[in-house]
Design a protein around this ligand. Sequence first.
Ligand SMILES: Cc1ncc(COP(=O)(O)O)c(C=O)c1O
Length: 425
Amino acid sequence: MNSNEMVTIDRDHNLHPYTSPTTPPACVPIVGAEGVRLTMADGRELIDGMASWWSAIHGYNHPALNHALLQQVSKVSHVMFGGITHPQAVTLSQKLVDITPHKLTKVFFSDSGSVAVEVALKMAIQYWSALGQGSKNRLLTIKNGYHGDTFGAMSVCDPKTGMHHLFSDMVVQQYFAEAPQCRNDAEWDSSDISSLEGLLSKNKEKIAAVILEPIVQGAGGMRFYAPEYLRQVRQLCDAFDVLLILDEIATGFGRTGKLFACEHADVVPDIMCLGKAITGGYLSFAATMTSQKICDGIGKDGGVFMHGPTFMGNPLACSVANASIDLLLGYELERMIADIESGLCEGLAPCKYLDTVKDVRVFGAIGVVEMKNQVDLAAVQPEFVKRGVWVRPFGRLVYVMPPFIISRCDLDFLTKQIVEVVSSL
Ligand SMILES: Cc1ncc(COP(=O)(O)O)c(C=O)c1O
């Protein structure tokens, strides 16, 4: 099949994410990937600025990840997790328990980030129900959040700026505090917490948990907020007897320079969601972690946790996740991410002086250029491809989170293309 045929059949039959089902723009045909480069069907290469939406942290076609997958295929590719376990799941849960904050000793595997969030919400609601407090069945979150596309996850995404406003009448109505305004690098302003504090104190009898993305609000605006905010949220949750769920699906596994973003605030959640980079971007897989206390609550009087995906604990995914975590633990992570951070800061700095740009911000291996106006994706995407980079703007945001293994030379090339394209808008 040649490149044109592929694009035509794709356009005729495949529906793509957040894209018109009737007049979709042509997709870029990718036939290979190696390191930080994607290979197009016509042989051109693109330096990947997106790491396949935060996931491909080690780059593509990594020998250690390939090996993990191949050696597992001939043992057992999949087996149900109900009543059965296997070495890769056991090894992975032990690793996750070892590298996440100390209280999190229980792991529930699932198949995607959104499902990991659904599982977290159910854990929190089931916990309170088992303790005889069934009225604690709502969630409190902050505006500008994003937690996935399934109905429970949608209910805690930003109701206005989120991608799901079409469904707002169908999702459970949750509590939304104002998003924190204090940036991660700015001085803490104690008034920032008052909106969340007010909602929590007024509605604590109805709230099962607060759910947040720690420090980095991703798809809901690519905003970075003060670690002190997260510390205060933890204290308030304790004071008002409400659980804290941290969604580390985008930030987990090193993206911000720590293994998990909650480490910037030294905060331990009651429930933590992991996904995306858990398999180094190889397979769809996720985990929801929690503590003995939450499990004791749910298990009270013989209670069972009410969730069980068919592909739970998939051995291929567990195997590649084990190899990915081993690679990650072998990196000098803080230095590696600090190098990317300084490359992004220097490379994107010229954007700050453009009239069309509202803000330029960098945190860890995440670089964001926020424009004053909506970016015309249909015009800008082909321009990036023509220049040999894969950058996919969203709304007013042109942003990158490249694989951790990107060289300084490739990073400079990537940021130079962003500066030039943004300058032309
Ligand atoms: C913070 C956060 N939570 C949840 C999700 C949903 O994950 P998935 O797309 O794997 O369902 C995402 C995806 O972008 C995310 O960034």
